[in-house]
Structure formats: C-alpha cells, structure tokens
Design a binder for this molecule. Structure first.
Ligand code: CP
Ligand code: NVA
Length: 303
C-alpha cells in the first residue's frame, strides 16, 4: 500500500525516527562522497505549487537529482489546480506519469484530496494548515545539535500557523514540550492542540513571550503574515507587536538555546537580524536539513 506524508499526525513515532535516522545517514554519506543515485533511478516526482517557494522547491528538486531521479515543477499557471481541472482528475492523471506527488497548496483539503485519489505517494509541501516537511527537517536539526529530543522545551513565539501546527504534531510524537506565545485570537487550532494532548503531550498556550521563553531549549518563530493572508498584514503587524525574538528574549531562554526560523524571515518583525545571527542560531542548518529530511521521505515513500 502507498504511504503519504500529508500530516505528521499520520506517522508513528517509529516512522518519524526511521526518517530522521535515514536522513542523518544519507547526509553523512553525501558528505563522504557516497552516491545514492541508485535509490530512485528513473523515478519522477511531480511538484505542484500554488504558492511561491525557495527552500521547498530547490530541496525537493536537488534531492530527487541526488537520489538519481527527476523532479518536475508545476507552477501556479501550469495546471491551475481546481480551476482548469478538478483535483481528483489531476491526481488520477498525474499518477499515470509520475512516481510521487509533492504539493504546496492553500486549503489543506486539496492535499488531502490529492492523497485520496492519487495512486502514488503524496507529500505535503505546505498547506494553510500544516508544514510537515519543515517540522521533520527541524527535528533533525534539533537532534543534531542537542543529541536528544524527548524532554526538551520548544517555545514558539508568534502565530499559531501551519509551521506551529506541524511542530506541535512532531513534538507530541517525539516527546518535546511545546509552548506558544501568541496574541489572543492567533492561537493554534484547538483540534491540533487537543490531538497532541490526547497523545500525552504537554502543549501550553501563552500570551507573553518572556514567559514562554523562560527555560526553553529552542526559541522558534515564523512570519506574522503567512502566504495567502496578505490582506491582513497591517492588522497583524499591530497584533503581533512585541512578539519578536530579539537578543533580550534569547537571554531569558536556557543557556545554549537554539534560535530557529523556517524562513523566509521578515527581519525587524518576528525576529531581529541580530538574533538570527546569534551563536545559537540554527536557521540556515534548518534550511539545509530540509534537503536531507526530504530525501529520507522520498526514499521511504517512492523507492
Ligand atoms: N521554509 C520553507 O518552506 O521555505 P519556502 O517557502 O521557501 O519553500
Ligand atoms: N507560515 C509561512 C511559512 C512559509 C514557509 C507561510 O505559510 O507563508
């Protein structure tokens, strides 16, 4: 049976660890000059993008090349998902050509629908609800730097958005304590928080960045305005005022705390440039690890 990566909630802790272990292995071997071109030789990944991307597009495309396969970019104007043709028909037709589909979409239901009708694996490359590939790369990054995941405290400062949701799901599976400090009305979705708590996870919703940062091992943030929310950018700038990772907030966290951001960043809003370049900053390692984590996912799902 085919396996998808639509949400990390669908993967067991063992499956997530299998991906993280394989990612670390592939990364080590790549650095030693060992080729993995046999892994997906002759296979093609169809990549549907309804939104722009740097990291996701490049890391999936490079990842497929390094695994001996090929990636096909289908931008917003190429297939006009749901406009020119139904999601169902696109999923069925694409499955006849490609060995896997990666999709970056607006409504989360679109990636769910693709997964339902495609007969090949579907990977969520970001939806309005979730960003599982980001959380996977982030867990790899934290694990590399701290050599442990379970028992760490991750404090997310900012919007309860897609990135926060996937970090909640990943934290719940891997045993991290999750805290968010956000303005009222910008909390993560209750069903995501409740599902994590039902797994026994500690998820705290706070409204004070300092309170969230105290004793944290990771300070994480993301843009205040996600793709698709541009109309409310001004309103959000007001609402999120003060929800910024700066050097002061970093001092509140545990010594050696990591500073993380999925990027792209809006310096001076959710993070200061200085904090992004602090010694504990892992932001560019996170970006790099997208490649390794996704290669593991591709190898597990498409080989
Ligand atoms: N973090 C991330 O997904 O970046 P892109 O939007 O550039 O793909
Ligand atoms: N929350 C951001 C993440 C970008 C990688 C967005 O959806 O735009």
């Amino acid at each position: 049976m085919k396996r998808d990566l639509v949400s990390l909630a669908d993967w067991s802790a063992e499956e997530i660890w299998e991906a993280l272990d394989l990612a670390a292995h592939l990364k080590r071997e790549l650095r030693s000059g060992i080729s993995h071109e046999h892994v997906l030789r002759g296979k093609t990944l169809g990549m549907i993008f309804q939104k722009p991307s740097l990291r996701t597009r490049v890391s999936f495309e490079v990842g497929m090349t390094q695994l001996g396969g090929h990636a096909l970019y289908l931008g917003p104007d190429d297939i006009r998902l749901g406009e020119r043709e139904t999601v169902e028909d696109i999923a069925i037709v694409l499955s006849r050509y490609v060995d896997g589909i990666m999709a970056r979409v607006f409504e989360h239901e679109i990636v769910e629908e693709l997964a339902r009708y495609a007969t090949v694996p579907v990977i969520n490359g970001l939806s309005d609800l979730l960003h599982p590939c980001q959380a996977l790369g982030d867990m790899l990054t934290i694990w590399e730097k701290k050599r442990v995941l379970s028992g760490l405290t991750l404090a997310f400062i900012g919007d309860g958005n897609n990135v926060a949701h996937s970090l909640i799901e990943a934290s719940a599976k891997l045993g991290l304590r999750f805290r968010i400090a956000c303005p009222a009305g910008h909390e993560p979705k209750l069903e995501i928080v409740d599902a994590a708590r039902a797994l026994g996870a500690e998820v705290e919703i706070l409204h004070d960045p300092k309170q969230a940062a105290r004793g944290a091992d990771v300070l994480y943030t993301d843009v205040w305005t996600s793709m698709g929310q541009e109309k409310s950018a001004e309103e959000r700038r007001h609402a999120f005022h003060g929800f910024t990772i700066d050097l002061n907030l970093l001092e509140t966290a545990n010594p050696g705390a990591l500073v993380m951001h999925c990027l792209p960043a809006h310096y001076g809003e959710e993070i200061t440039y200085e904090a992004s370049r602090a010694p504990g900053s892992a932001i560019f390692d996170q970006a790099a690890n997208r490649l390794h984590a996704q290669k593991a996912v591709l190898a597990l799902l498409l080989a």
